[in-house]
Ligand binder design. Sequence first.
Ligand code: AMP
Length: 187
Amino acid sequence: MDTLSTEEKEIILGSIRDIPDFPKPGIVFKDITTLLNNPKALSTLMDHLTERYLGYELDYIAGIDARGFIFGAILADRLGVGFVPVRKQGKLPYTTVAEKYSLEYGFDEVEIHIDAFGENGCNCDGERSKVLLIDDLMATGGTAKAAASLIDKVGAHCVEACFIMELSFLNGKKHFPAPIYSVLEID
Ligand code: AMP
């Protein structure tokens, strides 16, 4: 099931809960905890992503803090590749590379370990490691762009970014440096 049927999309979409006005008025928060505790929806999603990425010959999956860790780690295990956490500033214990990005008010920062994708970002054949970036949702795209830039900074190659949901009306895709695959596009 490289392509999801309408019914499968509905199983996944129907398992995600909308929470209006969280964390602040005007935001509709897409709650994926109800996807995670729904075995049919979770396996439909993970079977689809496994099928899609089997042929990509990935070296690593990088998941964005924190919900990207869940989908990324399951997918990495299914594909037999390494998992790398892209963390919020100050959480990683070894030498890190950091990237700042702007929020509606102020800045945030993400980090990865300098050697997360192998020495100089290269795999055991001495080629740039092929990395899939994953998160639950793309809104403005700022977090994902910062994460993609970190992958590039340490010498690896972001082959695609994958989101369970994309708020397409925010046009976060614009100027993103790699192809994007969104399981569900929300208008
Ligand atoms: P952005 O950098 O604007 O693309 O925001 C993406 C990050 O914020 C992701 O890690 C999402 O988990 C989180 N996020 C942004 N908007 C929402 C939303 N409406 N519902 C759930 N998570 C969101």
